[in-house]
Design a protein around this ligand. Structure first.
Ligand SMILES: Nc1ncnc2c1ncn2[C@@H]1O[C@H](COP(=O)(O)OP(=O)(O)O)[C@@H](O)[C@H]1O
Ligand SMILES: [Mg+2]
Length: 439
């Protein structure tokens, strides 16, 4: 029950649902409601279903950072077909979720929201290019309302999963839900990324700040890390009345002549990087402060950040001496909702979904799984290596080649259909390995 309370504290009210007006307008233009309302509603339903199936069976086209940096890439033409494709892919997966999850109110509302958003945005796909200024404005307005509608998808789905688990589910159901959550959240990150990029480009941000949309071609990794550290330190002070200090080093191995500690920059989305660092710092700070308290240390051990650039990769290694974690914990840290914290510490500030900084220091168990998704989104990674009794190294990998930093997107198809629906209890192929496997 405690976890439900935590999540509901984070949930922000959903924007009111709107109807599928545009599509309905085209489909029902010739029908008179009094004479043909039932037939029309069936026809409309079928038309919606058909359209969803059509777009849901199209494969999303991933875009790379290099392409996004080109002003002509995240265009109306691309977005007006790509966003409905990504939404419809997700609708088809949502519809296949185990019944135990689908019957939870929040999950059903999310599915409804995805269908609504699909209906709103797909109407623009048919527009002839070039579009007029009004059509473009209407598209932007639709994107704004779409973003608002899906603001709380993460905590609402998390709550649905908590409720489902409280009812008790088989291992098969739990694993298909875990499989799905990664896909839902990755899909969501990708749609938000495209929308933010498009809106920023419409606002011509580039001329003023050097940013290309929400991408920074010269994103200074240390600067983002320091900002995230400062935000995490505020939370840490509230809870522990202290925080570890930060030691940062930069190393660019692509240029042996570069002076020691030259700032490492990369073309990246600062907001994504900030999200990852903020979560990792909170974890390291909590471990370090708890260790200092438990051992009566006069000073909290520092957190060290090493930023390394090689020809292919940028690696950011965040190391703490917070005592690490046992292997039974390590095995579960990427499970949604897994936490060793007793309770979430909800700050006084107004809740802001799980995306803002007004989140608890810890206790939701969403920090690492979501950060890993952000890192993997542009072909990077997040790995945690811990020595119990000593400390933890968390490595964040980013691609240094913007052409290789391509979105990783879930695709609806036979494989995902099988994974989502095969919830039957499977026979063990090993004796009890306590979570280990040789796969
Ligand atoms: N640097 C670290 N040192 C020790 N334990 C850690 C560290 N990072 C993560 N963990 C463990 O992983 C768990 C999951 O982390 P996370 O997903 O961020 O969720 P939360 O912080 O809400 O518990 C934590 O509860 C903690 O037990
Ligand atoms: Mg955390």
């Amino acid at each position: 029950m405690a976890s439900l309370l935590k999540l509901s504290l984070l949930a922000r009210r959903l924007a009111p649902l709107t109807t599928w007006t545009r599509l309905v307008t085209t489909t029902t233009a010739t029908a008179t409601p009094s004479t043909a309302s039932t037939a029309t509603s069936h026809a409309t339903k079928d038309a919606k279903k058909e359209l969803l199936a059509k777009f849901g069976n199209l494969t999303p086209q991933p875009i790379s950072i290099a392409e996004l940096l080109r002003a002509d890439r995240a265009t109306f033409a691309y977005l007006s077909s790509e966003i409905p494709i990504r939404l419809a892919n997700m609708v088809l997966e949502l519809e296949l979720l185990p019944e135990q999850l689908l019957r939870q109110g929040n999950c059903a509302a999310i599915l409804k929201d995805y269908v609504t958003s699909f209906g709103e945005v797909v109407a623009f796909e048919a527009l002839e290019e070039p579009v007029t200024a009004e059509q473009l404005q209407s598209f932007c307005d639709t994107l704004v309302s779409l973003r608002r509608r899906h603001l709380d998808t993460v905590p609402h789905m998390a709550e649905a999963v908590v409720r489902m688990n409280q009812e008790g589910v088989t291992a098969g159901v739990a694993s298909s839900v875990a499989y799905f959550l990664d896909r839902l959240y990755a899909n969501r990150i990708s749609i938000h990324m495209l929308m933010s990029q498009f809106m920023a480009m419409q606002g011509q941000d580039r001329a003023v700040t050097g940013l290309v949309g929400v991408l920074d071609p010269q994103c200074n990794i240390e600067e983002v890390a320091r900002e995230a550290y400062a935000t995490a330190a505020l939370l840490c002070d509230q809870e522990f009345m202290d925080h570890p200090h930060l030691v940062v080093t930069n190393q660019d191995v692509t240029d042996p002549a570069a002076p020691w500690d030259t700032a490492v920059t990369a073309a990246y989305v600062p907001a994504h990087l900030h999200h990852i660092f903020f979560e990792v710092f909170k974890n390291s700070m909590r471990a370090s402060c708890e260790l200092a308290e438990a051992r009566g240390l006069l000073e909290v051990p520092p957190v060290r950040v090493g930023i390394y650039r090689s020809a292919d990769d940028i690696t950011v290694k965040i190391s703490d001496r917070g005592g690490g974690m046992p292997r039974r914990v390590q095995r579960r840290i990427f499970d949604y909702s897994y936490t060793t914290a007793a309770d979430a510490e909800i700050p006084d500030a107004e809740p802001a979904g799980l995306q803002g900084d007004a989140v608890p220091m810890h206790g939701l168990g969403y920090g690492l799984p979501l950060s890993s998704l952000y890192a993997r989104y542009f072909n990077g990674d997040l790995r945690v290596a811990s020595v119990h009794g000593m400390g933890t190294d968390t490595s964040v990998y980013l691609s240094n080649l913007s052409s290789k930093a391509e979105e990783g997107l879930p695709v609806f198809g036979d494989v995902s259909r099988r994974r989502l629906t095969s919830t039957a209890k499977v026979a063990q192929d090993w004796t009890d390995m306590s979570g280990h496997s040789y796969d």
